[in-house]
Design a protein. Structure first.
Length: 339
């Protein structure tokens, strides 16, 4: 069920109310104080699937470590992954690194048109619209989770947002809503409204600048509609192999989740003897709810030797980027040692 699409006159009214609200309510965020396309691209990649409060310290540290496209392009991948450690979705860090290499190779500047932006590695429709509008004022409407929530509520649109057809329809609506004279502020305003007022739970419709024209405000939490992906349970066993005060760790090879990060190995009954259970850690990854049992273990034969394995002390582990549940385990080992 959908209320009718706003006329241009109605969009204009909504746009004007939103713009006035944004000028008075926008948060003072570090990436709003710069015009540097590189810094804007960094913030956009970091903000995908991660909250503003989490991103702020990473953004500052990142720009100190890699202040330009060239500095990032020349950095080793291990340093890039380490600087991203804890932000999750590491593909974004690799994309940013690949993007920096492409930009540096092309002379150090981003193209100032949608086609050029989309031709670069790691830049999809959302990132092209965000960077294009914010850094260069291109009239491109962004469509992320916040924007989809605002639009589906505004129009009481109950189509499943996981369907490509719905995404296409929402992109058309976002395009119609866009303030083409000020796409940068407009895009940031819709995202800001979604992040601070039109919240997933308990949206603040009473103070919302779009309230008068919002078809879904009386049952806002019914939107957006998204088909649920069933969570699957998964068990795994991870081995702690000691050598004095050092622990066997390995780098995750290419083609596997967490590629480029470090972790403790899976327990392998062919090659390892199992000892006592030390801990159980639970975590979620994509559609899996994982129960990770941590066991003491010993090698049956010789310990493997390669560039991708190391025996690390808990202090040395701090120098490597670890996958989040394995970082938790590394911290637990260092606390146990200190205690
Ligand atoms: S009135 Fe409520 S539901 Fe509608 S856009 Fe504003 S906060 Fe969201």
């Amino acid at each position: 069920m959908t209320s009718s699409t706003p006329t241009e006159k109605q969009w204009k009214k909504l746009r004007t109310s939103l713009a006035a609200w944004y000028q008075s309510a926008k948060r003072d965020l570090p990436w709003r104080r710069t015009n540097d396309p590189y810094a804007i691209a960094v913030s956009e990649l970091m903000l995908q699937q991660t909250q503003v409060v989490t991103v702020i310290p990473y953004y500052g540290r990142w720009l100190k470590a890699f202040p330009t496209w060239r500095a990032l392009a020349e950095a080793p991948e291990s340093a890039v992954i380490k600087a991203w450690e804890g932000l999750g979705y590491y593909r974004r860090a690799r994309n940013l690194h690949a993007l920096a290499k492409a930009v540096a190779e092309a002379g150090g500047e981003l193209p100032r048109n949608e086609e050029g932006l989309r031709s670069l590695p790691g830049i999809g429709p959302y990132t092209a619209a965000a960077i294009g509008s914010i850094a260069f004022g291109l009239p491109l409407a962004v469509l992320d989770g916040n924007v989809m929530r605002v639009l589906t509520r505004l129009l009481a649109l109950s189509d499943d947002i996981s369907r490509p057809q719905t995404r296409a329809k929402l992109q058309e609506l976002a395009d119609a809503f866009l303030d083409r004279k000020n796409p940068s502020d407009h895009n940031q305003a819709v995202m800001e409204l979604g992040a601070t007022v039109c919240l997933p739970r308990n949206p603040m419709c009473l103070i919302c600048p779009l309230s008068a024209g919002c078809a879904g405000r009386d049952h806002a939490e019914d939107f957006p509609v998204k088909a649920r992906v069933a969570t699957e349970k998964r068990k795994e066993t991870v081995a702690i192999l000691r050598h004095g005060n050092r622990f066997y760790c390995e780098e995750v090879p290419e083609g596997k989740p967490w590629h480029g990060l470090w972790r403790f190995p899976d327990f392998d009954p062919e090659r390892m003897k199992r000892g006592e259970t030390l801990a159980t850690i639970r975590y979620g990854i994509t559609k899996y709810a994982v129960t990770m049992e941590v066991v003491e273990a010993k090698w049956k034969g010789r310990s493997p030797v390669s560039m991708a394995v190391r025996y690390l002390t808990t202090e040395e582990m701090a120098e490597f980027a670890f996958a989040a549940p394995h970082r938790k385990l590394a911290k637990a080992l260092s606390i146990k040692k200190a205690g």
